[in-house]
Design a protein around this ligand. Structure first.
Ligand SMILES: [Fe+2]
Length: 481
Protein backbone atom coordinates (compact mmCIF):
# COMPACT_ATOMS: atom_id res chain seq x y z
CA UNK A 1 0.00 0.00 0.00
CA UNK A 2 1.33 3.39 -0.90
CA UNK A 3 -0.42 6.17 0.96
CA UNK A 4 2.13 8.79 -0.04
CA UNK A 5 1.36 8.27 -3.76
CA UNK A 6 -2.34 8.80 -3.06
CA UNK A 7 -1.48 11.95 -1.15
CA UNK A 8 0.58 13.21 -4.08
CA UNK A 9 -2.29 12.38 -6.47
CA UNK A 10 -4.81 14.28 -4.32
CA UNK A 11 -2.46 17.18 -3.65
CA UNK A 12 -1.80 17.64 -7.38
CA UNK A 13 -5.51 17.35 -8.12
CA UNK A 14 -6.20 20.08 -5.60
CA UNK A 15 -3.56 22.25 -7.29
CA UNK A 16 -5.15 21.70 -10.72
CA UNK A 17 -8.57 22.58 -9.33
CA UNK A 18 -7.33 25.85 -7.90
CA UNK A 19 -5.48 26.76 -11.13
CA UNK A 20 -8.59 25.99 -13.19
CA UNK A 21 -10.55 28.36 -10.99
CA UNK A 22 -8.09 31.14 -11.80
CA UNK A 23 -7.06 30.48 -15.40
CA UNK A 24 -8.49 28.86 -18.52
CA UNK A 25 -7.40 25.28 -19.17
CA UNK A 26 -4.96 26.31 -21.93
CA UNK A 27 -3.12 28.86 -19.77
CA UNK A 28 0.50 27.82 -19.02
CA UNK A 29 -0.22 27.68 -15.27
CA UNK A 30 -3.15 25.33 -15.79
CA UNK A 31 -1.15 23.29 -18.27
CA UNK A 32 1.73 22.91 -15.84
CA UNK A 33 -0.59 21.88 -12.99
CA UNK A 34 -2.35 19.42 -15.29
CA UNK A 35 0.94 17.89 -16.37
CA UNK A 36 2.07 17.45 -12.75
CA UNK A 37 -1.34 16.06 -11.80
CA UNK A 38 -1.27 13.58 -14.65
CA UNK A 39 2.24 12.45 -13.66
CA UNK A 40 1.08 11.83 -10.07
CA UNK A 41 -1.91 9.86 -11.39
CA UNK A 42 0.33 7.81 -13.68
CA UNK A 43 2.71 7.16 -10.81
CA UNK A 44 -0.14 5.96 -8.61
CA UNK A 45 -1.48 3.73 -11.40
CA UNK A 46 1.95 2.11 -11.60
CA UNK A 47 2.51 -0.38 -14.38
CA UNK A 48 -1.25 -0.52 -14.93
CA UNK A 49 -1.48 -4.27 -14.43
CA UNK A 50 -3.81 -3.92 -11.44
CA UNK A 51 -6.59 -1.39 -11.06
CA UNK A 52 -6.06 1.16 -8.30
CA UNK A 53 -9.27 2.14 -6.55
CA UNK A 54 -9.61 5.20 -4.37
CA UNK A 55 -12.86 4.95 -2.44
CA UNK A 56 -14.66 7.71 -0.56
CA UNK A 57 -16.95 6.98 2.31
CA UNK A 58 -17.78 8.30 5.78
CA UNK A 59 -15.43 11.29 5.41
CA UNK A 60 -12.55 8.97 4.65
CA UNK A 61 -10.47 7.94 1.66
CA UNK A 62 -9.69 4.28 1.04
CA UNK A 63 -7.07 2.73 -1.20
CA UNK A 64 -8.16 -0.64 -2.55
CA UNK A 65 -10.48 -0.95 0.45
CA UNK A 66 -7.94 0.04 3.09
CA UNK A 67 -8.61 3.11 5.15
CA UNK A 68 -6.22 6.04 4.65
CA UNK A 69 -6.86 7.81 7.93
CA UNK A 70 -4.13 10.40 7.65
CA UNK A 71 -4.93 11.21 4.03
CA UNK A 72 -8.55 11.61 5.06
CA UNK A 73 -7.55 14.28 7.52
CA UNK A 74 -5.31 16.13 5.12
CA UNK A 75 -7.73 16.20 2.22
CA UNK A 76 -11.04 16.77 3.99
CA UNK A 77 -11.84 19.73 1.73
CA UNK A 78 -11.13 17.80 -1.44
CA UNK A 79 -13.24 14.94 -0.07
CA UNK A 80 -16.14 17.35 0.13
CA UNK A 81 -15.56 18.63 -3.42
CA UNK A 82 -15.49 15.08 -4.75
CA UNK A 83 -18.54 13.88 -2.87
CA UNK A 84 -20.40 17.06 -3.90
CA UNK A 85 -19.93 15.69 -7.43
CA UNK A 86 -21.31 12.38 -6.13
CA UNK A 87 -18.00 10.64 -6.68
CA UNK A 88 -17.72 7.56 -4.47
CA UNK A 89 -14.77 5.93 -6.13
CA UNK A 90 -12.00 6.73 -8.60
CA UNK A 91 -10.49 3.81 -10.48
CA UNK A 92 -7.17 4.10 -12.28
CA UNK A 93 -7.25 1.36 -14.89
CA UNK A 94 -4.15 0.71 -16.96
CA UNK A 95 -1.80 3.48 -18.04
CA UNK A 96 -3.25 6.90 -17.25
CA UNK A 97 -4.10 9.00 -20.29
CA UNK A 98 -3.23 12.72 -20.01
CA UNK A 99 -6.34 13.88 -21.89
CA UNK A 100 -8.59 11.73 -19.78
CA UNK A 101 -6.95 13.03 -16.62
CA UNK A 102 -7.64 16.62 -17.72
CA UNK A 103 -11.26 15.69 -18.47
CA UNK A 104 -11.62 14.09 -15.06
CA UNK A 105 -10.34 17.10 -13.11
CA UNK A 106 -12.39 19.49 -15.23
CA UNK A 107 -15.43 17.41 -14.33
CA UNK A 108 -14.59 17.48 -10.60
CA UNK A 109 -14.13 21.25 -10.76
CA UNK A 110 -17.51 21.61 -12.52
CA UNK A 111 -15.91 23.05 -15.63
CA UNK A 112 -17.73 20.43 -17.66
CA UNK A 113 -20.95 18.53 -17.11
CA UNK A 114 -19.97 15.12 -18.46
CA UNK A 115 -17.24 12.66 -17.95
CA UNK A 116 -16.78 9.79 -20.33
CA UNK A 117 -16.97 6.32 -18.84
CA UNK A 118 -14.62 3.46 -19.60
CA UNK A 119 -11.25 5.21 -20.00
CA UNK A 120 -8.10 4.98 -17.91
CA UNK A 121 -9.80 6.99 -15.16
CA UNK A 122 -13.25 5.84 -14.12
CA UNK A 123 -15.63 7.09 -11.50
CA UNK A 124 -18.13 5.14 -9.42
CA UNK A 125 -17.19 1.92 -11.08
CA UNK A 126 -16.09 0.14 -7.96
CA UNK A 127 -17.91 -0.30 -4.71
CA UNK A 128 -14.75 -1.38 -3.02
CA UNK A 129 -14.94 1.35 -0.45
CA UNK A 130 -14.10 -0.27 2.83
CA UNK A 131 -16.03 -1.34 5.89
CA UNK A 132 -19.79 -0.88 5.87
CA UNK A 133 -20.37 0.38 9.37
CA UNK A 134 -19.45 3.89 10.33
CA UNK A 135 -17.18 4.00 13.34
CA UNK A 136 -17.21 6.29 16.35
CA UNK A 137 -13.51 6.92 15.80
CA UNK A 138 -14.33 8.15 12.29
CA UNK A 139 -16.65 10.74 13.89
CA UNK A 140 -13.83 11.87 16.13
CA UNK A 141 -11.44 12.01 13.17
CA UNK A 142 -14.02 14.00 11.22
CA UNK A 143 -14.31 16.53 14.04
CA UNK A 144 -10.51 16.77 14.07
CA UNK A 145 -10.36 17.53 10.36
CA UNK A 146 -13.30 19.93 10.76
CA UNK A 147 -11.33 21.92 13.30
CA UNK A 148 -8.25 21.92 11.04
CA UNK A 149 -10.52 23.27 8.27
CA UNK A 150 -11.90 25.96 10.58
CA UNK A 151 -8.37 27.06 11.47
CA UNK A 152 -7.38 27.10 7.80
CA UNK A 153 -10.32 29.40 6.96
CA UNK A 154 -9.69 31.56 9.97
CA UNK A 155 -6.05 31.94 9.05
CA UNK A 156 -6.95 33.10 5.53
CA UNK A 157 -9.45 35.52 6.97
CA UNK A 158 -7.01 37.00 9.49
CA UNK A 159 -4.30 37.31 6.85
CA UNK A 160 -6.72 39.01 4.44
CA UNK A 161 -8.88 41.11 6.73
CA UNK A 162 -6.96 41.22 10.00
CA UNK A 163 -9.91 39.82 11.90
CA UNK A 164 -11.98 36.69 12.34
CA UNK A 165 -15.22 35.46 13.86
CA UNK A 166 -15.27 33.50 17.07
CA UNK A 167 -18.57 31.71 16.30
CA UNK A 168 -17.24 28.99 13.96
CA UNK A 169 -14.26 28.38 16.26
CA UNK A 170 -16.51 27.87 19.27
CA UNK A 171 -18.81 25.57 17.31
CA UNK A 172 -15.91 23.47 16.10
CA UNK A 173 -14.22 23.34 19.48
CA UNK A 174 -17.45 22.42 21.26
CA UNK A 175 -18.04 19.58 18.86
CA UNK A 176 -14.48 18.31 19.18
CA UNK A 177 -14.54 18.50 22.97
CA UNK A 178 -17.95 16.83 23.06
CA UNK A 179 -16.50 13.97 21.04
CA UNK A 180 -13.19 13.83 22.88
CA UNK A 181 -14.53 13.88 26.45
CA UNK A 182 -14.78 10.46 27.91
CA UNK A 183 -12.68 9.12 25.05
CA UNK A 184 -9.41 10.47 26.39
CA UNK A 185 -7.37 7.56 25.08
CA UNK A 186 -8.78 7.72 21.57
CA UNK A 187 -8.40 11.49 21.30
CA UNK A 188 -4.79 11.15 22.43
CA UNK A 189 -4.17 8.78 19.51
CA UNK A 190 -5.41 11.45 17.12
CA UNK A 191 -3.12 14.00 18.72
CA UNK A 192 -0.19 12.06 17.21
CA UNK A 193 -1.16 13.27 13.72
CA UNK A 194 1.52 15.57 12.31
CA UNK A 195 1.73 17.83 9.31
CA UNK A 196 4.83 19.60 8.10
CA UNK A 197 3.06 21.72 5.52
CA UNK A 198 0.39 22.94 7.88
CA UNK A 199 2.23 22.62 11.16
CA UNK A 200 0.43 25.38 13.03
CA UNK A 201 -3.07 24.06 12.33
CA UNK A 202 -2.37 20.46 13.31
CA UNK A 203 -0.21 21.54 16.22
CA UNK A 204 -3.04 23.72 17.52
CA UNK A 205 -5.61 20.92 17.31
CA UNK A 206 -3.23 18.47 19.01
CA UNK A 207 -2.51 20.97 21.76
CA UNK A 208 -6.25 21.42 22.22
CA UNK A 209 -6.93 17.67 22.45
CA UNK A 210 -4.15 17.09 24.95
CA UNK A 211 -4.96 20.16 27.07
CA UNK A 212 -8.60 19.08 27.22
CA UNK A 213 -7.67 15.51 28.14
CA UNK A 214 -5.34 16.78 30.88
CA UNK A 215 -7.94 19.24 32.14
CA UNK A 216 -10.47 16.45 32.26
CA UNK A 217 -7.98 14.32 34.13
CA UNK A 218 -7.52 17.13 36.65
CA UNK A 219 -11.27 17.18 37.24
CA UNK A 220 -12.41 20.11 35.12
CA UNK A 221 -15.85 19.73 33.55
CA UNK A 222 -17.03 20.35 30.00
CA UNK A 223 -18.12 23.92 30.72
CA UNK A 224 -14.62 24.83 31.89
CA UNK A 225 -12.88 22.90 29.17
CA UNK A 226 -14.54 24.69 26.25
CA UNK A 227 -12.77 28.04 26.80
CA UNK A 228 -9.54 26.16 27.52
CA UNK A 229 -9.96 24.20 24.27
CA UNK A 230 -10.68 27.43 22.37
CA UNK A 231 -7.60 29.08 23.86
CA UNK A 232 -5.45 26.03 23.08
CA UNK A 233 -6.70 26.08 19.52
CA UNK A 234 -6.03 29.78 19.06
CA UNK A 235 -2.92 30.09 21.22
CA UNK A 236 -0.68 30.83 18.23
CA UNK A 237 -3.17 32.91 16.22
CA UNK A 238 -0.89 35.91 16.75
CA UNK A 239 1.68 34.16 14.54
CA UNK A 240 -0.31 35.18 11.48
CA UNK A 241 1.47 38.51 11.74
CA UNK A 242 4.93 36.89 11.61
CA UNK A 243 6.48 36.28 8.23
CA UNK A 244 6.79 32.60 7.23
CA UNK A 245 10.51 33.15 6.55
CA UNK A 246 11.02 33.89 10.24
CA UNK A 247 8.65 31.14 11.44
CA UNK A 248 10.47 28.51 9.41
CA UNK A 249 13.94 30.02 9.65
CA UNK A 250 16.27 27.03 9.87
CA UNK A 251 18.83 28.63 12.18
CA UNK A 252 19.09 30.79 15.26
CA UNK A 253 16.99 33.95 15.09
CA UNK A 254 18.69 37.33 15.35
CA UNK A 255 17.49 40.04 17.75
CA UNK A 256 15.05 41.62 15.32
CA UNK A 257 13.56 38.32 14.25
CA UNK A 258 13.20 37.20 17.85
CA UNK A 259 11.47 40.45 18.74
CA UNK A 260 8.95 39.79 16.01
CA UNK A 261 8.30 36.29 17.32
CA UNK A 262 7.85 37.33 20.94
CA UNK A 263 4.96 39.65 20.28
CA UNK A 264 2.70 36.87 18.99
CA UNK A 265 1.15 36.15 22.42
CA UNK A 266 0.06 39.76 22.80
CA UNK A 267 -1.16 39.95 19.19
CA UNK A 268 -3.08 36.72 19.66
CA UNK A 269 -4.80 37.84 22.86
CA UNK A 270 -5.83 41.09 21.25
CA UNK A 271 -7.16 39.30 18.18
CA UNK A 272 -9.27 36.96 20.33
CA UNK A 273 -10.71 39.81 22.38
CA UNK A 274 -11.41 41.78 19.20
CA UNK A 275 -13.11 38.77 17.61
CA UNK A 276 -14.92 37.37 20.63
CA UNK A 277 -15.35 40.17 23.11
CA UNK A 278 -16.57 39.50 26.66
CA UNK A 279 -16.78 35.83 27.54
CA UNK A 280 -13.54 34.94 25.82
CA UNK A 281 -11.14 36.15 28.51
CA UNK A 282 -9.80 32.71 29.31
CA UNK A 283 -9.04 31.92 25.66
CA UNK A 284 -7.32 35.32 25.30
CA UNK A 285 -5.37 34.76 28.51
CA UNK A 286 -4.08 31.44 27.19
CA UNK A 287 -2.86 33.11 24.00
CA UNK A 288 -1.23 35.83 26.07
CA UNK A 289 0.46 33.55 28.58
CA UNK A 290 1.35 30.37 26.72
CA UNK A 291 5.06 31.31 26.69
CA UNK A 292 5.01 32.77 30.20
CA UNK A 293 6.75 30.31 32.47
CA UNK A 294 5.67 28.99 35.83
CA UNK A 295 8.79 30.50 37.44
CA UNK A 296 8.03 34.00 36.13
CA UNK A 297 10.46 33.90 33.19
CA UNK A 298 9.46 33.53 29.57
CA UNK A 299 7.47 36.13 27.65
CA UNK A 300 5.64 38.37 28.09
CA UNK A 301 6.78 39.06 31.67
CA UNK A 302 3.77 38.87 33.95
CA UNK A 303 5.28 40.90 36.75
CA UNK A 304 6.73 39.94 40.10
CA UNK A 305 5.30 36.76 41.63
CA UNK A 306 2.60 36.44 39.00
CA UNK A 307 1.92 32.86 37.99
CA UNK A 308 0.27 32.17 34.65
CA UNK A 309 -3.39 31.22 34.78
CA UNK A 310 -4.18 27.55 35.37
CA UNK A 311 -5.56 27.34 31.82
CA UNK A 312 -2.32 28.79 30.42
CA UNK A 313 -0.20 26.42 32.50
CA UNK A 314 -2.27 23.53 31.21
CA UNK A 315 -1.89 24.55 27.58
CA UNK A 316 1.84 25.29 27.96
CA UNK A 317 2.55 21.64 28.78
CA UNK A 318 0.58 20.24 25.82
CA UNK A 319 1.97 22.92 23.51
CA UNK A 320 5.58 22.03 24.29
CA UNK A 321 4.94 18.28 24.20
CA UNK A 322 3.44 18.41 20.71
CA UNK A 323 6.06 20.87 19.46
CA UNK A 324 8.95 18.69 20.63
CA UNK A 325 7.52 15.53 19.11
CA UNK A 326 7.13 17.19 15.70
CA UNK A 327 9.93 17.71 13.19
CA UNK A 328 10.49 21.34 12.26
CA UNK A 329 12.72 23.03 9.73
CA UNK A 330 15.10 24.03 12.54
CA UNK A 331 14.95 20.97 14.77
CA UNK A 332 14.47 17.23 14.60
CA UNK A 333 11.57 15.50 16.33
CA UNK A 334 12.04 13.81 19.70
CA UNK A 335 10.36 10.59 20.75
CA UNK A 336 7.30 10.93 23.03
CA UNK A 337 9.21 9.49 25.98
CA UNK A 338 12.06 11.97 25.48
CA UNK A 339 9.51 14.80 25.30
CA UNK A 340 8.14 13.76 28.70
CA UNK A 341 11.66 13.82 30.12
CA UNK A 342 12.07 17.37 28.84
CA UNK A 343 8.78 18.36 30.48
CA UNK A 344 9.91 16.76 33.70
CA UNK A 345 13.19 18.69 33.60
CA UNK A 346 11.14 21.86 33.25
CA UNK A 347 8.72 21.01 36.09
CA UNK A 348 8.78 23.87 38.59
CA UNK A 349 10.74 26.00 36.12
CA UNK A 350 8.97 26.42 32.81
CA UNK A 351 6.01 24.29 33.81
CA UNK A 352 3.63 23.76 36.69
CA UNK A 353 4.97 20.58 38.35
CA UNK A 354 1.49 19.30 39.27
CA UNK A 355 0.32 19.60 35.68
CA UNK A 356 3.44 17.86 34.37
CA UNK A 357 2.79 15.05 36.85
CA UNK A 358 -0.82 14.68 35.73
CA UNK A 359 0.15 14.88 32.08
CA UNK A 360 2.63 12.02 32.53
CA UNK A 361 0.10 9.93 34.48
CA UNK A 362 -2.38 10.47 31.68
CA UNK A 363 -0.01 9.75 28.80
CA UNK A 364 1.98 6.98 30.47
CA UNK A 365 5.77 7.01 30.35
CA UNK A 366 5.66 5.66 26.80
CA UNK A 367 2.77 7.71 25.39
CA UNK A 368 0.38 6.67 22.59
CA UNK A 369 2.22 6.77 19.27
CA UNK A 370 5.52 5.59 20.76
CA UNK A 371 7.38 3.10 18.60
CA UNK A 372 9.53 0.74 20.62
CA UNK A 373 12.03 -1.88 19.58
CA UNK A 374 11.88 -4.76 22.01
CA UNK A 375 15.03 -6.38 23.34
CA UNK A 376 14.02 -9.35 21.20
CA UNK A 377 13.99 -7.16 18.05
CA UNK A 378 10.29 -6.70 17.24
CA UNK A 379 8.80 -3.23 16.65
CA UNK A 380 5.72 -2.34 18.70
CA UNK A 381 3.52 0.74 18.31
CA UNK A 382 2.01 1.80 21.65
CA UNK A 383 -1.70 2.68 21.79
CA UNK A 384 -2.24 3.15 25.54
CA UNK A 385 -0.93 2.16 28.91
CA UNK A 386 -2.30 -0.08 31.62
CA UNK A 387 -2.87 2.53 34.33
CA UNK A 388 -0.51 2.24 37.28
CA UNK A 389 1.04 -1.00 36.04
CA UNK A 390 4.14 -1.31 33.88
CA UNK A 391 2.08 -2.88 31.10
CA UNK A 392 1.74 -1.18 27.71
CA UNK A 393 -0.84 -1.97 25.06
CA UNK A 394 -0.19 -1.67 21.35
CA UNK A 395 0.31 -3.53 18.11
CA UNK A 396 3.28 -5.40 16.78
CA UNK A 397 4.18 -4.04 13.35
CA UNK A 398 7.50 -5.70 12.54
CA UNK A 399 8.98 -9.05 13.42
CA UNK A 400 12.40 -9.62 14.92
CA UNK A 401 13.54 -10.65 11.44
CA UNK A 402 12.60 -7.17 10.17
CA UNK A 403 9.51 -8.26 8.28
CA UNK A 404 6.53 -5.85 8.26
CA UNK A 405 3.37 -7.61 9.35
CA UNK A 406 -0.34 -6.85 9.62
CA UNK A 407 -0.56 -5.05 13.00
CA UNK A 408 -1.24 -7.54 15.76
CA UNK A 409 -2.49 -6.49 19.23
CA UNK A 410 0.11 -7.11 21.88
CA UNK A 411 0.72 -6.32 25.56
CA UNK A 412 4.28 -5.71 26.65
CA UNK A 413 6.03 -4.80 29.87
CA UNK A 414 8.46 -1.92 30.16
CA UNK A 415 11.22 -4.41 30.97
CA UNK A 416 11.02 -5.73 27.41
CA UNK A 417 11.85 -2.37 25.81
CA UNK A 418 15.21 -2.12 24.07
CA UNK A 419 15.05 1.17 22.21
CA UNK A 420 12.70 4.01 21.29
CA UNK A 421 12.35 4.96 17.66
CA UNK A 422 10.78 7.92 15.88
CA UNK A 423 7.58 6.69 14.22
CA UNK A 424 8.34 8.85 11.21
CA UNK A 425 11.76 7.26 10.71
CA UNK A 426 10.17 3.84 10.17
CA UNK A 427 7.31 5.20 8.06
CA UNK A 428 4.62 4.70 10.71
CA UNK A 429 1.63 6.99 10.97
CA UNK A 430 0.49 6.00 14.48
CA UNK A 431 -3.15 7.15 14.41
CA UNK A 432 -3.74 5.77 10.92
CA UNK A 433 -2.17 2.43 11.70
CA UNK A 434 -4.03 1.98 14.99
CA UNK A 435 -7.29 2.92 13.34
CA UNK A 436 -6.69 0.43 10.55
CA UNK A 437 -5.87 -2.26 13.09
CA UNK A 438 -9.20 -1.58 14.85
CA UNK A 439 -7.41 -0.65 18.07
CA UNK A 440 -8.54 2.98 18.05
CA UNK A 441 -12.16 1.88 17.89
CA UNK A 442 -11.66 -0.55 20.77
CA UNK A 443 -10.14 2.14 22.97
CA UNK A 444 -13.02 4.39 22.15
CA UNK A 445 -15.59 1.70 22.88
CA UNK A 446 -14.02 0.89 26.22
CA UNK A 447 -13.68 4.52 27.33
CA UNK A 448 -16.21 5.76 29.79
CA UNK A 449 -18.35 8.56 28.33
CA UNK A 450 -19.13 9.65 31.90
CA UNK A 451 -18.45 13.29 32.64
CA UNK A 452 -18.04 13.94 36.32
CA UNK A 453 -19.71 17.30 36.84
CA UNK A 454 -18.89 17.47 40.55
CA UNK A 455 -15.20 16.86 40.11
CA UNK A 456 -14.17 20.48 39.93
CA UNK A 457 -15.46 21.22 43.43
CA UNK A 458 -13.64 18.24 44.82
CA UNK A 459 -10.46 19.27 43.03
CA UNK A 460 -10.53 22.57 44.94
CA UNK A 461 -10.41 24.67 41.76
CA UNK A 462 -12.52 27.80 42.07
CA UNK A 463 -14.21 28.65 38.79
CA UNK A 464 -14.95 32.25 39.69
CA UNK A 465 -11.36 32.82 40.80
CA UNK A 466 -10.18 31.47 37.46
CA UNK A 467 -12.35 33.95 35.58
CA UNK A 468 -11.25 36.84 37.77
CA UNK A 469 -7.62 35.97 37.27
CA UNK A 470 -8.09 35.87 33.50
CA UNK A 471 -9.70 39.30 33.52
CA UNK A 472 -6.88 40.68 35.67
CA UNK A 473 -4.09 39.22 33.50
CA UNK A 474 -5.65 40.75 30.43
CA UNK A 475 -6.31 44.18 31.87
CA UNK A 476 -2.75 44.51 33.12
CA UNK A 477 -1.14 43.53 29.84
CA UNK A 478 -3.38 43.91 26.84
CA UNK A 479 -4.46 47.43 27.76
CA UNK A 480 -0.88 48.59 28.01
CA UNK A 481 -0.79 49.84 24.46
FE1 LIG B 1 3.47 30.31 20.61
Amino acid sequence: MNESKVQEFLKRMQAVLSQLNLYPANHPNSQRALRDGWKAAADLAGDGNDDVVIGLKGYAFFLNGELLAYTSLMFANLYQDLTAREIESITLAGETDAEEYAGFVRYVGEHTEDFEAGGSIRINESRLVGPEDESAFADLRFSYSGVVGTLRNLDHRVAREGTFEMGPVMEAVEELIGQALGTGGASLLLSTVKSHDEYTFYHSVNTCLMAVATGRYLGLNQKDLVPIGAGALLHDIGKVAISPQILNYPGRLDREQWKEVTIHPQEGAQAIIAAGGPGHEIAATIALEHHARFDGLGYPRLGAEAVPHLASRLVAVSDVYDAITTRRSYRRAETPHRALQILLQGAGGAFDPDIVKSFISLMGIFPPGSVLRLLTGELVLISHHGGMTDRLEGVMVRTAAGEDIEPEPVTIETGQIGQQILAESVGIEPAALLERAGVAEQILASASPHVDEGAIERSGIDEEALKDQAARSLSSIVDRD
